[in-house]
Design a protein around this ligand. Structure first.
Ligand SMILES: [Fe+2]
Length: 248
């Protein structure tokens, strides 16, 4: 056909960005780069997971939750429920009394910091000779993704996907270099699936049920300027970001 320019005919282009080997897709071509949204995370995550560029998924699970995605994200963003609701995580992975979540001064990041459980109590073995092997970090990237590093430089991820007002799916991933099989990581993923994940489903679905009650009234948030385990400053931050997003 005259005038047909084959090179101009293509699928709709979408913007992608490589973030430590993970490909993020953004349908907004004018969005700011991830380093502006999440300053410093790329470097800090790389330091906590030195092998990150070699990682590929080993285990993927899809967690169906009958709740609004914001209920699930808020639940993820505080840990005062951990010692009561997550006995395995709280006794075999981290020390819940040291858990703190700090909003980063710049950008849209909630950084989770806690001490790892004593080595004798850990539910899996870790090689303590590697840098940051005894540390735990989580980087929640507003609105729907989190890089979580378990002690032992073990990377795992959460990706929330909204599917309706009262339904979301959380994609939970576990990684090893080149995706090689690793019995310890498989066991850890299974431990997480059968304890923390199950325990959180019960919590978020009961919150959703409660919010539908005609007696439901939003309560005040407990805010400690120093943050800390019992403070809900991180929830206030999420709600602030949500208002900014809705108000444009
Ligand atoms: Fe939880």
């Amino acid at each position: 056909m005259p005038g047909f320019e084959r090179e101009k005919i293509c699928l709709t282009e979408v913007r992608t960005e490589d973030f430590n080997g993970f490909i993020f897709v953004n349908l907004d071509k004018d969005a700011a780069p991830m380093d502006e949204w999440y300053p410093g995370v790329r470097e800090e995550l790389g330091a906590f997971v030195p092998q990150i560029d070699e990682l590929q998924p080993l285990e993927w699970i899809e967690i169906a939750e009958n709740c609004n995605w914001k209920v699930s994200v808020e639940n993820y963003s505080e840990c005062y429920h951990c010692s009561i609701n997550h006995p395995t995580f709280s006794s075999g992975v981290i020390k819940p009394e040291t858990y703190d979540i700090q909003p980063q001064a710049e950008g849209y990041v909630l950084r989770h910091i806690t001490e790892c459980q004593s080595l004798e109590a850990m539910s899996y073995e870790i090689d303590m000779t590697r840098p940051h092997a005894g540390d735990y970090r989580s980087f929640f990237l507003w609105p729907m993704f989190s890089f979580q590093v378990y002690p032992g430089n073990v990377l795992n991820t959460y990706h929330w996907r909204a599917e309706g007002v009262e339904r979301c799916t959380v994609w939970r991933g576990w990684y090893t270099p080149q995706g090689w099989d690793d019995e310890a990581i498989r066991r850890l993923a299974l431990q997480d699936r059968t304890t923390t994940v199950e325990e959180d489903i019960r919590l978020v679905e009961s919150v959703q049920k409660g919010m539908k009650s005609r007696g439901y009234r939003p309560g005040p948030l407990v805010l400690d300027p120093a943050c800390g385990l019992k403070s809900e400053h991180s929830i206030a931050k999420l709600q602030q970001w949500m208002r900014e997003a809705v108000d444009g």
